[in-house]
Design a protein around this ligand. Structure first.
Ligand SMILES: [Zn+2]
Length: 389
């Protein structure tokens, strides 16, 4: 072997060694860290459709075996229904979904248990089970009644996302504030909305500001006495979508002591996402389809190979994390995958099992072990504890 060949071999060996060390470190950090995913829609997506998530499935992003394989210790199960549910039906639907989760817990007591506070979360993790936390997504599910809010808290719900895409009488959503402002009778929180926030503060229930409009967001900031949650949203500066947070909102959450959890959805990460859908739709579908369609309808019509092409690089997620950390500080960032609530994810993030890639990516971006632990879960535990005070 010539001298220069030797150098190449030595360099290669050292690169491979570095990669191996990274992989080993990442696995070890991921295994020993508390990993908290602040948002997952498997209840609506699978449990309410009669699927048994206690067993491995070949559909969707989530089931208990895959949660375990991904090293997720604390899983928020979102209780969600759309705006077609309203007075007389939405609260019942929320309860039916909590019943669904409780059935899973009864059937798989060795795999999962309900957690309503941080002490219990730690106990459950100690027993090597998944700690299930309930988050209710959409203020319409309390049907304008404080007693319904109390009831959901008693059943275990530890956050309420004040609105989903639909506004409620007492709080306006990001979708409505940006797309249909003229249709709104009021903007932001009204008196009852402030009562809801005060009551949540008293109960020790996190106020979740994903999906709410800017006016509602800043009204809550003036009202809440506790740190807030943004359970599944990204940075508007990197992807201008109404569901993402502007710089002033990111800074406000940091000042309030809250936590913003990053969403894995391609459509909230990649500024090219909707343009790419249009181009792929034109190329593969438009000739045989003359109906005017929304982006999501166009997406659904794409052939699988085109859907695959649409997925952005995983590095985009780390760009959003870096951006948030720079603006808000390391203590205010977490993860809220939105698995089973989203259609497209970055390459390599196929389902729950890919959570270790978050840890590996953060390590590669130069985050220290202490900082990685904060993003993975410690920040969310601190936020939950702050509600209990
Ligand atoms: Zn959502």
């Amino acid at each position: 072997m010539g001298f220069s060949m030797k150098i190449v071999v030595v360099c290669l060996a050292s690169i491979l060694w570095d990669i191996a060390i990274y992989a080993q470190d990442a696995t070890e950090i991921h295994r020993s860290a508390i990993v908290f995913d602040a948002h997952n829609d498997v209840l609506y997506q699978s449990v309410m459709r009669g699927k048994d998530i206690g067993k491995r499935m070949n559909t969707g992003h989530t089931d208990l075996p895959r949660i375990k394989e991904g090293g997720i210790d604390v899983q928020v199960f979102a209780v969600w229904c759309n705006e077609k549910y309203g007075k007389g039906t939405a609260f019942a639907q929320a309860n039916a979904q909590i019943d669904g989760l409780m059935k899973v817990i009864r059937e798989y007591p060795d795999d999962i248990a309900l957690a309503t506070d941080v002490a219990r979360i730690r106990q459950i993790i100690e027993q090597e089970k998944i700690a299930a936390v309930i988050g209710v997504e959409g203020g319409h599910m309390i049907e304008d009644r404080i007693d319904y809010l109390d009831s959901l808290f008693r059943r275990g719900a530890r956050y309420l996302t004040l609105t989903w895409n639909n506004s409620v009488d007492w709080a306006t959503s990001a979708t409505d504030e940006t797309r249909n402002p003229s249709k709104l009778r009021h903007k932001g929180l009204n008196d009852f909305g402030r009562q809801v926030v005060h009551r949540m503060n008293d109960l020790g229930m996190m106020v979740d500001l994903s999906h709410v409009g800017r006016q509602t967001f800043f009204d809550v900031m003036e009202t809440t006495s506790k740190p807030v949650l943004v359970s599944h949203s990204n940075a508007y500066a990197l992807m201008a979508h109404a569901r993402n947070l502007h710089d002033d909102q990111i800074k406000a959450v940091a000042e309030n002591g809250g936590v913003i959890c990053l969403n894995f959805y391609s459509g909230f990460l990649d500024p090219a996402h909707y343009g790419k859908i249009n181009r792929l739709y034109e190329k593969h579908v438009a000739a045989t389809d003359s109906v005017k369609r929304s982006s999501s309808a166009k997406y659904n019509l794409l052939p699988p190979a085109a859907k695959e092409q649409l997925r952005p690089s995983l590095s985009l997620l780390f760009d959003h994390i870096d951006y948030m950390v720079k603006l808000a500080g390391i203590d205010h960032v977490g993860i809220g995958s939105d698995f089973d609530g989203i259609t497209s994810t970055p390459k390599g993030l196929d389902d729950c099992r890919d959570f270790p890639k978050i840890t590996a990516g953060l390590l590669q971006r130069g985050y220290s072990e202490v900082d990685i632990r904060k993003i993975l879960g410690e920040n969310m535990l601190r936020l939950m504890e702050a509600q209990e005070e």
